[in-house]
Ligand binder design. Structure first.
Ligand code: SF4
Length: 326
């Protein structure tokens, strides 16, 4: 093993467990390692040690796709893009359907319930749904929104409606694979940071072509905006979108990126998520997996039940096998 890299990993682990920032050049070096090298295996073990030291709890992030409709933003990786003509109709779940799904997730032990929408969903309706969920769904869970852009006023309104977390990211390839100005994304992320809301943020949608520098640039936004949850999500290349036929990232690289987010965040970013589920990523420090229903931007057809058949009980089994408590 390269002893310089080993020392860099050991130093980063000590720093991050003490709540100190890890040097970003070191993080980039960790991303530059061969995913199948001995050094990356050591990095993954260090990330798993950090997860063990700060709770060692496996948690489920549940998501409900609220609206199924073509989106005019046409992000190249998203099946909702209207240009890809994958959707024949449009509709929204009723409040009752959303509440029923939320009760199901919470009763099975989900730690978070996410309301996911397309870009231009009515944010006031989102607040009303949140209020109803808080009234009708008992339990200790975080209520999350994953929606379009908004300002600080709206972030405060979310908080008043019982929402406590926003999922928002600067995407890999933002401004190229998407029509968004990265500044608009960062403005929304700053609004979350400046509000009572907490930020959840994945490095996504990860493909094999993304360089270590691109990954670092996106991860840096999470670190600079105090995300409490990070990790990584792989891109799914959907037929009839511009990514049809492209390569998908393999589990080894995904797990490596997850490990780097764990080491980057340390005690300040206790929740590290991987999507899709990956046994190797759990071994490399991920403690959160996603279960989702409803409209899903990584699916060619509307998904009515659990995406790819992955249920909360499957997540719990994987966590137990990876040595996490539930
Ligand atoms: S990722 Fe969001 S903004 Fe982009 S096309 Fe899909 S729903 Fe619209």
């Amino acid at each position: 093993m390269d002893q310089d890299i080993k020392k860099l990993i050991d130093d980063a682990k000590s720093a991050t467990l003490a709540g100190k920032a890890v040097n970003r050049d070191a993080l980039k070096k960790f991303l530059d390692l061969d995913p199948l090298s001995e050094e990356t295996e050591y990095l993954g073990a260090a990330a798993r040690d950090i997860a063990r030291s700060i709770g060692n709890k496996g948690k489920v992030w549940s998501a409900i796709g609220v609206d199924y409709r073509p989106c005019t933003m046409n992000c190249e990786f998203c099946s909702f893009g209207e240009k890809w003509k994958l959707m024949n109709d449009s509709h929204e779940l009723t409040d009752e359907e959303i509440i029923k799904n939320a009760i199901g997730f919470v009763n099975q032990g989900a730690s978070w319930v996410t309301l996911r929408t397309t870009e231009f969903f009515d944010l006031n309706r989102l607040c009303n749904i949140a209020k109803k969920i808080r009234k009708e769904v008992a339990g200790d869970y975080g209520l999350v929104v994953n929606t379009g852009e908004f300002d600080l006023n709206m972030a405060n309104k979310f908080a008043e409606s019982g929402i406590d977390i926003v999922y928002h990211t600067l995407r890999l390839g933002e401004g190229k694979a998407t029509p968004f100005d990265p500044k608009d994304r960062i403005r929304t992320i700053n609004a979350v940071r400046d509000s009572p809301m907490k930020l959840a943020y994945l490095v996504e949608p990860l493909g094999p072509e993304h360089t270590s520098q691109e990954i670092m640039d996106v991860l840096s936004v999470a670190l600079d905006n105090n995300a409490f949850l990070c990790g990584s999500m792989a891109r799914v290349n959907i037929a009839n979108t511009p990514f049809e036929g492209s390569k998908e990232v393999d589990e080894d690289r995904l797990a490596q990126v997850v490990a780097v987010t764990r080491i980057a965040g340390g005690i300040n970013m206790p929740e590290i998520c991987v999507h899709p589920p990956s046994e190797k990523a759990l071994r490399y420090g991920a403690n959160v997996m996603v279960v989702e229903k409803g409209a899903i931007p990584r699916s060619e057809t509307e998904c009515c039940d659990d995406w790819k058949g992955f249920r909360i009980e499957d997540a719990k089994k994987m966590f137990r096998e990876a040595g996490y408590s539930i």
